[in-house]
Design a protein around this ligand. Structure first.
Ligand SMILES: [Zn+2]
Length: 340
């Protein structure tokens, strides 16, 4: 009788798998209190930043080419020093390029630390006016608020811009910087390693409750996430949170689809923004991030503005927001878990 039972069990399991939702949320809080560095493929490193109890900065990548190192996201100035030290433990090749996925300070304020070493900073061209305006203002603010870290440092913006694609390829490593559209900011770009199926997304995709939408166009962002899915991602290295696979893209996309759907339903019922915020509930968000969707007030407010005045570009005109992540009031430390 054991064979038929096994068959029945297998059938039941297969049926259960079919009934599971297409997107399976994975907990995003595997080790938020640690900074870890993983060699994702030979010479390709992912540095996952500590986010709890203190938000230290963004996730980063670095890729060791035959003759140089390319860094993906500069991070804050203090964190940049730690990143340089971590690279030096692995290779003495010169750091020649730093790719800023976007202009936010936790991704780009450390640029000068690499420029000092002779590196060139690269970004998508639509980010240039953002660096020159909101980025520069934010840096000046940080010099006052975080004087011990920023001190007398000068703001260094990218000096090399591309429109849709920039390729680094020495025969061993290949990294394609791709602009796929307005997502987290108007000038987001991602780093795609087609040989390995590895995608570094910056904040165009995060894994956890890290979304800031103040510079975003969420409708376009959903399309950008679809374009990322079309790449055939095997390993996804997000701007914040743990690395994983293509399911992170699906989770990120699902959040914006359900967020927009819930806000639109409220608007269609004639509810005010306050009433929508009070009754807001997207259960999937808690499954994915461990946090209540209702607490994402910045996201709800932004989407309400988008859907209340369709056609109006948000982004460049949106309010100045320096700390695009959910711990704006917390101090940022200059040390990382891996160095403790
Ligand atoms: Zn950001």
């Amino acid at each position: 009788m054991s064979i038929p039972f096994r068959l029945i069990a297998r059938f039941a399991l297969a049926l259960f798998a079919l009934l599971l939702p297409a997107v399976v949320a994975r907990p995003a809080t595997a080790a938020p209190e640690e900074t870890t560095i993983t060699e994702v493929a030979p010479g390709v490193f992912f540095r996952k930043a500590q986010t709890e109890p203190v938000f230290t900065g963004c996730n980063q990548g670095f890729v060791v080419f035959r003759d140089f190192v390319l860094i993906i996201d500069a991070n804050f100035p203090g964190q940049a020093e730690n990143v340089i030290a971590s690279i030096r433990e692995r290779t003495d090749k010169p750091i020649k390029f730093v790719f800023d996925t976007h202009y936010h300070g936790d991704h780009a304020d450390g640029n000068m630390q690499y420029v000092k070493l002779g590196a060139t900073v690269v970004a998508q061209e639509r980010s240039q006016p953002l660096f020159q305006s909101k980025g520069a203002d934010g840096f000046e603010g940080a010099k006052k608020n975080r004087a011990s870290e920023y001190g007398a440092l000068s703001y260094e913006i990218p000096s090399l811009y591309f429109s849709h694609k920039l390729v680094f390829d020495d025969g061993d490593q290949r990294v394609e910087l791709l602009f796929l559209g307005h997502a987290h900011t108007a000038g987001d770009a991602v780093a795609w390693l087609p040989k390995h199926g590895i995608l570094f997304t910056g904040d165009a995709c995060v894994n956890g409750a890290f979304n800031y939408t103040g510079d975003a166009n969420t409708e376009s962002w959903i399309a950008v996430l679809g374009a990322m899915e079309d790449l055939g991602v095997k390993t996804l290295c997000p701007g914040h949170g743990e690395m994983g696979g293509a399911e992170i893209l699906a989770n990120q996309k699902r959040w914006f689809l359900e967020l927009r759907g819930a806000v639109k339903a409220g608007i269609d019922k004639g509810l005010s923004l306050e009433a929508i915020k009070e009754t807001f509930d997207v259960p999937f968000y808690k499954e994915w991030t461990g946090k209540e969707s209702k607490a994402q007030t910045e996201n709800i407010e932004h989407v309400f503005k988008e859907l209340s005045s369709p056609g109006k570009p948000l982004g460049l005109k949106s309010r100045l927001h320096r700390h695009p992540h959910p711990h704006p009031s917390q101090p940022v430390v200059g040390t990382v878990g891996s160095k403790r």
